[in-house]
Design a protein around this ligand. Structure first.
Ligand SMILES: Cc1cc2nc3c(=O)[nH]c(=O)nc-3n(C[C@H](O)[C@H](O)[C@H](O)COP(=O)(O)O)c2cc1C
Length: 206
């Protein structure tokens, strides 16, 4: 007989699952050591689907958005311009929870949103936006992408500000969230579909 040992509150409660999703995403955004600090963002490439790791930087439960920062010159931005549908995947291997989010991306570049965000970004992160060429550009030698005088040093505050040109914030308007929880007694899977005026909550077979 299978015992009901260690079943979490959310196991058979779809409302608690929804709550759990947002509280875990919140921790993911805040805590760089948490399992949900990174997520995997998939976009539609020309041929193969594209996917990459990014850091979860923003979330808003009321507005139903999540977001990340990236270089405006990167390939993902080009892909989003062609097709703004994104899928974001997160997996907490300790909690045995996978969350998959489908949404529509909005690119923020040199607007009031990016201005506000940029003013709070740490210098070390600002430096990433000073790579000379677009991320993904071929190089004849091993490269960090930085001009030589930036290697192993932090550029001056004035120089760091030049990175703002390349900085973008991709905000994703959530359409569907899918939850998968693994448990030896039986897995649990649920889908949350965002309609204009309500959230449709649906159990689905794992
Ligand atoms: C742990 C980790 C975190 C990363 N975070 C970001 C990020 O927040 N934003 C970003 O643009 N790239 C981030 N990257 C790099 C991307 O995965 C990717 O290599 C880069 O953005 C180029 O992707 P693209 O060519 O598909 O646009 C991260 C990589 C790792 C391994």
């Amino acid at each position: 007989m299978v015992e009901n040992n260690n079943l979490p509150d959310h196991y058979n409660d779809i409302d608690k699952i929804y709550h759990e999703i947002w509280s875990r995403l919140k921790i993911g955004k805040k805590d760089r050591n948490s399992e949900f600090h990174q997520c995997y963002v998939a976009s539609s490439g020309n041929n193969f689907p594209s996917i990459r790791t990014v850091v979860l930087r923003h979330l808003d439960k009321e507005l139903l958005t999540i977001g990340f920062h990236t270089d405006i010159r990167s390939n993902k931005i080009n892909e989003i311009k062609h097709n703004s549908n994104l899928t974001v995947l997160l997996y907490d291997h300790v909690g045995k929870i996978q969350i998959k989010i489908n949404g529509i991306a909005l690119i923020n570049h040199k607007n009031a949103n990016t201005e506000a965000i940029w003013s709070k970004i740490r210098d070390f992160s600002k430096k990433c936006y000073l790579v000379q060429h677009a991320p993904g550009t071929n190089s004849s030698e091993a490269t960090s992408g930085y001009p030589e005088h930036y290697e192993n040093t932090l550029p001056s505050p004035q120089e760091l500000e030049l990175g703002y040109e390349n900085f973008s914030h991709v905000s994703i308007s959530i359409k569907v969230i899918e939850w998968l929880y693994l448990h030896q007694n039986g897995h649990r899977r649920a889908r949350f579909t965002i309609d204009s005026d309500h959230i449709d909550k649906q159990w689905i077979a794992p």
